[in-house]
Design a protein around this ligand. Structure first.
Ligand SMILES: [Fe+2]
Length: 219
């Protein structure tokens, strides 16, 4: 279990992977890269198959107009160049291209999607149900959700996000998921969260957010 300080580390994934390439540690890089791409596949399945169509509907075609699905295709093409790189030099060049596009894409998505998510339902419970239908179910269908959950929680616990220290990042993700889970799902998933975060973060979430309670979606 880690006990990292609660300091945001911008672009920590990218810095970590760039550092591996700087050292010429290609095998280490490839392992990390494979994990990250595996995680991205679940994320893409959620967005392309359900979140984009829904947000397009509530946003009058804003997602299509912004070309977010096309950006996913470009991102995958960039990722393929990293997959196929045979030397640390090639990998570094392909990785830098992928990274720049990826970060611009994430910023673009946030700018277009964030205001629309509030329009999907009037209450947190209503939005939880929408998230269940448009993110969780497609992710389950994709078939790798529990691995994805463990990986995301472990990384958020270690690094946080660009804007949030680890404790906040894990809590925002876990609390959102609790609202988007049925009681049966949450029984399994809270255990995965517990096993992949720190004792300190888990205890804070239990005390302040009743994260060990029930999934909020009632059948
Ligand atoms: Fe995306």
């Amino acid at each position: 279990m880690n006990t990292q300080t609660q300091t945001p580390k911008p672009m920590s994934f990218a810095i970590l992977m760039s550092g591996m390439l700087e050292k010429g540690a290609l095998d280490e890089f490839r392992q990390e890269w494979r994990n990250y791409q595996r995680c991205r596949k679940t994320h893409l399945a959620m967005e392309d198959n359900a979140a984009f169509p829904l947000l397009d509907e509530v946003g009058g075609g804003a997602i299509s107009e912004a070309g977010l699905a096309q950006e996913h295709s470009a991102d995958l093409a960039n990722a393929e160049r990293v997959d196929n790189a045979s030397t640390p030099e090639d990998a570094k060049q392909a990785f830098e291209t992928w990274k720049k596009f990826q970060l611009d894409h994430l910023a673009h998505e946030e700018q277009v999607m964030s205001p629309l998510t509030m329009k999907t339902a009037a209450t947190p419970e209503g939005r939880g149900r929408v998230v269940h239908e448009t993110l969780v179910l497609p992710a389950l269908e994709h078939g790798d959700f529990e691995w994805y959950l463990a990986f995301v929680i472990e990384r958020l616990t270690t690094y946080g996000t660009a804007n949030q220290p680890p404790g906040v990042a894990v809590r925002v993700f876990a609390w959102g998921l609790q609202y988007a889970s049925t009681p049966g799902e949450w029984t399994r998933w809270k255990k995965i969260i517990h096993d992949n975060t720190s004792k300190q973060i888990w205890e804070e979430m239990v005390m302040q957010f009743q994260i060990d309670g029930e999934g909020k979606i009632k059948d």
